[in-house]
Design a protein around this ligand. Sequence first.
Ligand code: SIN
Length: 328
Amino acid sequence: MTTPPVAISAAIPGGRPVVSQSAGVTVTRTGVNLGAEITGVDLTRPLSELHFKAIEQALVDNQLIIFRDQDISSENLMDFGRRFGELTVHPFAPSEKEAPQLIKFRNDETTPPFGTDVWHSDETFRAEPPMATMLVAKEVPAIGGDTLFASMTAAFDGLSDRMQQHISGLEAIHDFKPFKALFNDSLEERKKLQTFELQYPPQLHPVVRIHPVTGRKLLFVNPQFTLAIKGMDERESRSLLDTLFHQALVPEYQFRHHWAPNTLAVWDNRSTQHYAIHDYYPQRRYMERVTIKGGPVTGVPRADPKTLRRGKYVPLPGANPTGGHRPH
Ligand code: SIN
């Protein structure tokens, strides 16, 4: 059983309290559309079910939760991840044999960061992308290396009714294309790539997704993995995707997180996107990450076709249907 959260401070727009408490876990909202800090828990120790439920709820409510001063081991991180569900193994990220679920992002003067300075939700090239991701900072640069997050529910809400209706029921193709650059042209590497292509074929996901817990609608396309909209020609698809990708760039839907050592961020990978700012190279930055298996992606149905325009040209009442070319 979960103790209902108690609001202990004034509300932000939308009626949510800035500070609330449940089972001794304090949740302090730090961003308007997403982001909260959690205090009152020690992640080096096993969590009670009551504590865990309060944290799980905070994640869904705030989309991004931050824990500070958590000097946790890789095992603590994996144990915390497993409370949410099964950990997944990223097919292309650096990990170690003994713990393939643990990704180690070690960047320094010899290893510049790769592939995370693009807006994305993690691994949407999978049939069932992760439900959440956890990232803990072990070593941070003296300056730079922040991560940007965007609320994709806010991004959807910010579209006009017309656009929301237009994209409802559309599906988009997602693919691991950016990781193909990791394979060279040798026969062995090409074979490896082929195996991955068979294992991770392009996936169709709804453009407008329904969050499985909150039921809120959200925009589910991202510039890293979304290639095209199904059923549209190349130019239509590109311009629509550009418009939709732009939503994550709107500062009002974003939250910028500045890291300190032993800070852990957990994001709801269904309702957010993120972008790691690669401004710190050649300084060192060392992070550890786990992702938690997600479920099926459910979209909204197609908008009522009666409310959509059918033809390319709909004459206005009383207009000359020949477009001004009158027979003599
Ligand atoms: C990621 O995209 O998972 C990494 C984010 C970061 O390094 O800040």
